[in-house]
Design a protein around this ligand. Structure first.
Ligand code: UD1
Ligand code: UDP
Length: 385
């Protein structure tokens, strides 16, 4: 039996882990056993527990309960906690998702103990090292033995950094295996899309009709920690509702809700909070979120995962960052980078409201990334997609 230790900590990792756990349970339960460590990076019920219940993920074997702290403190505590468990559990692989501090801590703990590191969602680059995530993903990729890459751009990024696609086994951190396997979040979307229709009432609860609203999420540190950027985004949302006839649905990440409550100027706060067509809601569950995405007219976000889900649901995307890792979406014309600039955001919305001719060629694989990953872990080496 192959034993893996999976590290989760932040919301998107819990969601991604659902796809692999489900695949192990359904197809590989006699060959792979999984031990889940939750670092506790996200801890509110609606940022963590809700996903385990809704997406039927096995309860974590251990929750380190690290919680929020500065980058150094948080990562150091995680590293210490993960190392202790790896020494006891002695897995064949440590499996990591994405680019958070939990990912980084897992990568360091694994490589130092010479436990092969598996990075799912490898190869992404923003080419902006001011992003904490960019540092985390570069370090994690370079500590990995197996790199599972969602897009062709991710493969090219790794090749530029000296990785070789087509390396032969046996793999190691010095001879890593790089695989183009599609996006594991797409596996989830296919699996849960219909269930979201059956099991959620968020459209009825908010009294929303299909295509009458813009869905927005914001949580990146440079958008929340810069009041100027946050003001531009919020002001754009108000303008769009007041002038372009779109309702707004805005599930708030706790980081964003804290800063809006504490620091947004009074006039803008009033304009936002008294507008009955701007629905500011608590973080949505995954099924609620994909229901909102599916029914939205447009999606405006700085989230990595929500950008991709916009594309999966064939929705026009406005990226409120100065760059994106998901460059294919922009190149296909299905997304516009508007940064945190009110004028550019409003222009992008107008542009998409007039243009219904968008195309969405397949760029995120076939929805079987988790099977690909499990087979590769077992040494069966499927062909790159
Ligand atoms: C983290 C990841 C980011 C990812 C995001 C997904 C890093 C460096 N950042 O950002 O890459 O896109 O998760 O959502 O790892 N908070 C709560 N309750 C919670 C969790 C957080 O109130 O359950 C608040 C705390 O005030 C905390 C702040 O949110 O200080 C930021 O949380 P943190 O996990 O440090 O970073 P995120 O912004 O969530
Ligand atoms: N998500 C959710 N509820 C929300 C906002 C996002 O379930 O209120 C889901 C979303 O559908 C996607 C994932 O969380 O699957 C993205 O996570 P997040 O935006 O927190 O982080 P990122 O992807 O930017 O790292």
């Amino acid at each position: 039996m192959l034993k893996i230790v999976t590290i989760v900590g932040a919301r998107p990792q819990i969601i991604k882990a659902a796809a692999l756990s489900r695949c192990i349970r359904n197809l590989f339960s006699d060959k792979i056993s999984e031990f889940i460590i939750h670092t506790g990076q996200h801890y509110d019920n609606n940022m963590s527990e809700v996903f385990f219940e809704e997406l039927d993920i096995p309860k974590p074997n251990i929750n380190l309960n690290i919680g929020s702290a500065s980058h150094g403190q948080q990562t150091a505590k995680m590293l210490q906690g993960i190392e202790e468990i790896l020494l006891c559990e002695k897995p064949d692989y440590i499996v990591l998702y994405g680019d958070t501090n939990s990912t980084m801590a897992g990568a360091l703990a694994g490589i130092k103990l010479q436990i092969p590191v598996v990075h799912i969602e490898a190869g992404l680059r923003s080419f902006n090292k001011k992003m904490p995530e960019e540092i985390n993903r570069i370090m994690c990729d370079h500590a990995s033995t197996l790199l599972f890459v969602p897009t062709k751009t991710g493969i090219k990024n790794l090749e530029h950094e000296g990785f070789v696609v087509g390396n032969q086994a046996p793999f190691s951190a010095d001879n890593p295996g790089v695989f183009h396997c599609g996006d594991i979040m797409f596996d989830n979307l296919i699996h849960f899309s219909e269930m979201a229709v059956q099991k959620t009432a968020i459209m009825q609860n908010l009294n929303l009709q299909e295509n009458e609203f813009l869905l927005c999420t914001i949580h990146r540190d440079n958008n929340t920690d810069s009041l100027e950027r946050l003001k531009q985004i919020i002001s754009a949302l108000c303008f769009i509702e007041e002038n372009l006839g779109l309702k707004i649905v805005f599930p708030l990440h706790p980081r964003t809700s804290k800063i809006i409550e504490s620091s947004l100027p009074d006039d803008l706060y009033q304009r936002l909070s008294t507008n009955k067509n701007i629905h500011i809601i608590a973080p949505a569950s995954y099924l609620e979120m994909i229901m909102l995405e599916k029914n939205s007219r447009l999606i405006l976000t700085d989230s990595g995962g929500v950008q991709k889900e916009a594309y999966f649901f064939k929705k026009p995307l406005i990226v409120v960052r100065s760059e994106t890792e998901w460059t294919e979406i922009i190149e296909n014309g299905a997304g516009i980078i508007a940064d945190a600039d009110e004028g550019k955001i409003v222009e992008a919305v107008k542009n998409f409201l007039q243009n219904n001719q968008l195309t969405f060629p397949e760029i995120f694989g076939d929805g079987h990334a988790a099977e690909f990953i499990c087979s590769t872990l077992l040494g069966q080496m499927p062909k790159n997609i």
